[in-house]
Design a binder for this molecule. Structure first.
Ligand code: MG
Ligand code: MG
Length: 246
């Protein structure tokens, strides 16, 4: 059963999504060489609380912080710690905001200082694969159309797409149905309907797409130790297409 949202729900999610978008933008502006992941977490938490919202991830399945900070080979779910950002790192920041009864979820990846061309390509490809998929979103397409679009875009650029982690529906809960794999067949899966709200989130690897758990039991990293990037938007399916809420 996929919970549908009405126009009023979508408007609330749009307000929450705006706070989340601004939080991520300010983190991207603030993150520099020499800053710790815990400082970023504190900035995010302060920003979200100041806007009368709550960080969705804090306490979620006992997650200890407000955001996920995944550096270099860490794909997702990195716990912010004392690690100090250095020149040439890439960092994915994934955050969620709970506002007026609804969650929104979004992630960005960017470089610290000067990053090499391969890292830039990886980030650019991940971002564009998400944008291409979002362009398709409207009532009547199939979930598999989104999955295929992301996989096809990423693999044609020579990068890997993570299989084990998926996008998801979102609303009163951070994770709702449907699950949205980032690989699959065109024309397969359920048909999208007006009122569905989806968190679409390609996780892309520089090398092989296989992953493993980090020692902390939360982080997920590439098996081959190569870089990974992650972008995510919360997107509402509306009558004539879609609205990016984050
Ligand atoms: Mg997320
Ligand atoms: Mg998500």
């Amino acid at each position: 059963m996929i919970p549908l949202k009405n126009a009023s729900d979508v408007n609330k999610m749009k307000e929450g999504g705006k706070i989340l978008h601004e939080a991520l933008k300010s983190l991207e502006n603030e993150a520099v060489v020499g800053m710790s992941l815990l400082e970023l977490d504190r900035l995010a938490s302060d920003f979200i609380l100041k806007n009368n919202a709550k960080p969705s991830f804090l306490g979620y399945e006992n997650f200890p912080n407000s955001i996920c900070t995944s550096v270099n080979s860490v794909v997702v779910h990195g716990i912010p710690d004392e690690y100090i950002l250095k020149d040439g790192d890439i960092i994915s920041i994934d955050a969620g905001v709970f506002y007026k009864g609804f969650h929104t979820d979004s992630a960005i990846t960017f470089g610290i200082g000067k990053i090499d061309k391969k890292a830039l390509d990886l980030i650019d490809t991940t971002k564009k694969s998400l944008n291409e998929a979002i362009k398709l979103v409207r009532p009547g397409i199939r979930l598999g159309d989104i999955s295929f679009c992301i996989q096809d875009y990423v693999e044609k650029k020579g990068f890997g797409i993570v299989r084990e982690l998926v996008g998801h529906g979102i609303g009163h809960n951070v994770h709702e149905l449907p699950q949205i794999p980032n690989y699959g067949k065109k024309g397969s899966g359920i048909e999208l309907e007006e009122g569905m709200v989806l968190a679409i989130e390609p996780m892309v690897t520089e090398g092989d797409h296989h992953i493993k758990m980090s020692d902390d039991g939360w982080g997920v990293e590439t098996k081959d130790g190569k870089l990974s990037a992650h972008f995510e938007h919360t997107v509402a399916v509306v009558k004539n297409g879609s609205i990016i809420l984050t």
